[in-house]
Structures are given as structure tokens and as C-alpha cells.
Ligand binder design. Structure first.
Ligand code: SAH
Length: 359
């Protein structure tokens, strides 16, 4: 069991970072939450926007086609998806792409996926559509050339660290053992000269907890390196605040229920809110242009989701109520509409991305 191996590691070497705990719980090659099974969908652990409705992937398809146009309609380009899950969104994007045969001729799809189980689901979902599909481990393995990157609910599952302030000093919050049970414990003091604590939160009061997202920084480094030589644009959709906030957002979801994050590692999805403010600042520091974040509701409405819902309902009147419900789940402020946001990172030589008003 993963719990036993983590417990032994802590017994031997002391507390581990939350990032290490997340990495083992999610991606242990034999028992990790993502490594072994397909957790996405109504009957599984959690559901995502592309699984709620085809409208989501279809609008992403329009966005991708417009971005390809913005890049000057290159005859060959790489469409990269990070964390494609069941492959549903990519399938909807490629179906939408049939409207533009030159687009479909030009595209080579690269999928970045850590889970062997989900890779085989993706191969089944996407195998029959005639487009070239390859799997790579990182963006730097995608060949040079014009490139569009997309990721829905990818950043939220990258490992995080947490820092807590005690008597004016920041310390790492770690996972240790108390009475042989996993528990959060205070780790070493952090050197604030080098640790990426958002500036706006550095003066927080004692007791404050701040999350650090090393996984996001790594993705930004890869994007900046890739876009340095290849024109490109990346779109990430995820849940989180528009600017850095104090607070513990690590959460575990098992079969659609919230559970304790340290309980039975490997059996629940572990995620934390994306800090869009810090993401944007870090991206700018790497000379990426930033658009957004905009809320999912604003974005989908701006791209015409209501018209798409009306067209689908007209085509299948018996599904009218179901489609209305899907529209509501994706866009309503009480559902995904406000909490989920979109951010674009690209190069300033491109026109402003569709669906965004550049800030
Ligand atoms: N985008 C899909 C799935 C979201 S779940 C959807 O919207 O339905 C998160 C996805 O990211 C899963 O496919 C998971 O296996 C993958 N993933 C998480 N961390 C990863 C990493 N470090 N490298 C590659 N894939 C990762």
C-alpha cells in the first residue's frame, strides 16, 4: 500500500513535503490515484467540464482554430494537450476542426499524460479520427514549430508546497507521523530571499498559510523555452482565485465526496486552487504575454455557448432540458462559471487571443 511505503519513508527520514506526498499519492506507478485507473466521469471520482458537455470542447475547438488563424494558418503545427484525461475535449476539438480541412491537415496532436491507464483511454477515444497523435512526457519533446497548448484541470493537480507563518517567520508545512497517523507538521524555516512567497502575502499575520506552486513554475519555464524558438500560445482552464490569497486549499475528492487529504493516499484525487495572480506575474517575468484570467462563464458566453446550446436543442428537442442543465453547470456563477478561470500565455507578436480582453 502507498500509505505503508510513505509511512516507512517518514519513519526513516522524517517528514516529507506536501509536494512529495501528492506525487506519491497521485502518480505512484503501481498504486497512484491517476497511475492505475480512470477516475474521471459521472460514475467515478470527479467530473470535468468536457465530460459535462460536448459544448465545452467545441468552443475550445473554435478558440484553437482562431488561434491557428492568428498564427498565420501554418501548414504544419503542433497542438499539445497537457493532462488530457479521457481525451474527450481533444475529440470534440478535432470534430469541430472538420469545418476547416486545412486546419485538420496541418495539425499534429501531442498529449502529455502521466497516467498509463488514461493513456490507453485516450488512445481509444482518439484512435479513429485520422489525425496524427503522439504522447510525450514534456513540452521540450515536442518538435520545434508553431504550437498551441491547452490544459483543462491540469495545473490544479500539480504538486504544491505550503508555508506557514509562526512568530514572524515562514516555515514549510510538511507531512509527518503523529501516533503513527499522517499529520501536518511544522518543517524547517524557509529562506524568504529565495522562496517564491507572493509579495502581497509576505507581511501576513502569524498563523497565515500560503501555498507555493513549484509545478506551475516548471510548466512556465517549459513554455517560455518552447515559445522562445517556436511561435505559440497556451490556454489553461482551472479553478482558483484571480489573485494570490491566504489559505489552505489542498483538497481530496473520492467518489465525488470531499475527504481528508492525508487519508488513504492513492484513493482520492488531490488538488489545490491555482493562484492565477502568481502564475501571471511569473509568466511576465519570463517574457510571456498574459491575457486574463477571465471567468469560465464570461469566456463561454463571449464565445457564443448560448447559441450553440440552442442549436443542439433544436437538433435534439428531447434533450432540451439536459442541454440547459449542462449550460447552467458550465456557466452559472454558483456552479463552475466564476470559480473556474482561463488564462492565456503567448507571444506579443500575435493578435490578442479570442475571448480575452488583454489586461
Ligand atoms: N483535462 C481532463 C483531465 C483532467 S484531470 C479533463 O478536463 O477531463 C488531470 C489530468 O492531468 C489527468 O489526465 C492526469 O493524469 C494528468 N496529469 C496530472 N499531473 C500530470 C503530470 N505531472 N504530467 C502529466 N499528466 C498529468
Amino acid at each position: 500500500m502507498i500509505a505503508d511505503s510513505i509511512r516507512n519513508r517518514i519513519r526513516d527520514n522524517g517528514p516529507i513535503s506536501i509536494a512529495s506526498f501528492m506525487t506519491e499519492a497521485l502518480f505512484d506507478p503501481t498504486e497512484g490515484f491517476y497511475a492505475t485507473k480512470d477516475p474521471i466521469g459521472a460514475g467515478s471520482d470527479f467530473i470535468t467540464a468536457p465530460e459535462i458537455s460536448q459544448m465545452f470542447g467545441e468552443l475550445m475547438g473554435l478558440w484553437i482554430m482562431q488561434s491557428w488563424d492568428d498564427m498565420g494558418r501554418p501548414e504544419r503545427f503542433n497542438l499539445v494537450e497537457m493532462g488530457p484525461g479521457r481525451g474527450t475535449m481533444m475529440s470534440d476539438i478535432l470534430r469541430t476542426g472538420r469545418a476547416l480541412p486545412d486546419f485538420l491537415k496541418a495539425v499534429h496532436v501531442y498529449l502529455i499524460e502521466a497516467s498509463a491507464a488514461l493513456k490507453s483511454v485516450q488512445a481509444k477515444t482518439l484512435g479513429a479520427n485520422g489525425v496524427q497523435i503522439s504522447w510525450v512526457q514534456r513540452l521540450d519533446q515536442v518538435p520545434a514549430g508553431p504550437c498551441l497548448v491547452i490544459g483543462n484541470e491540469f495545473l490544479d493537480c500539480l504538486p504544491i508546497r505550503q508555508a506557514i507563518k509562526v512568530e514572524g517567520q515562514w516555515y514549510e508545512r510538511m507531512v509527518g507521523l503523529v501516533d503513527d497517523q499522517f499529520a501536518f507538521v511544522r518543517g524547517p524555516q524557509l529562506n524568504t530571499d529565495i522562496e517564491p512567497i507572493p509579495d502581497s502575502l509576505r507581511d501576513a499575520a502569524d498563523g497565515a498559510l500560503v501555498e507555493l506552486r513549484p509545478g506551475d513554475e516548471q510548466v512556465l519555464d517549459e513554455l517560455a523555452a518552447h515559445f522562445g524558438t517556436s511561435p505559440g500560445r497556451a490556454l489553461f482552464i482551472d479553478y482558483g482565485p484571480a489573485d494570490s490569497e491566504i489559505g489552505d486549499t489542498l483538497q481530496a475528492i473520492r467518489q465525488h465526496e470531499k475527504v481528508e487529504p492525508l487519508d488513504q493516499p492513492g484513493t482520492a484525487d488531490l488538488t489545490a486552487r491555482v493562484d492565477f495572480g502568481q502564475l501571471a506575474r511569473n509568466a511576465r517575468a519570463l517574457d510571456l504575454r498574459v491575457a486574463g484570467p477571465v471567468t469560465q462563464g464570461e469566456f463561454l458566453n463571449g464565445l457564443g455557448i448560448e447559441a450553440r446550446a440552442a442549436a443542439l436543442s433544436q437538433h435534439a428537442p428531447e434533450k432540451r432540458a439536459q442541454i440547459a442543465r449542462q449550460l447552467w453547470r458550465l456557466t452559472d456563477s454558483e456552479e463552475m462559471g466564476d470559480l473556474f478561470k482561463l488564462i492565456v500565455l503567448d507571444h506579443e507578436s500575435l493578435p490578442a487571443p479570442p475571448g480575452f480582453t488583454a489586461r
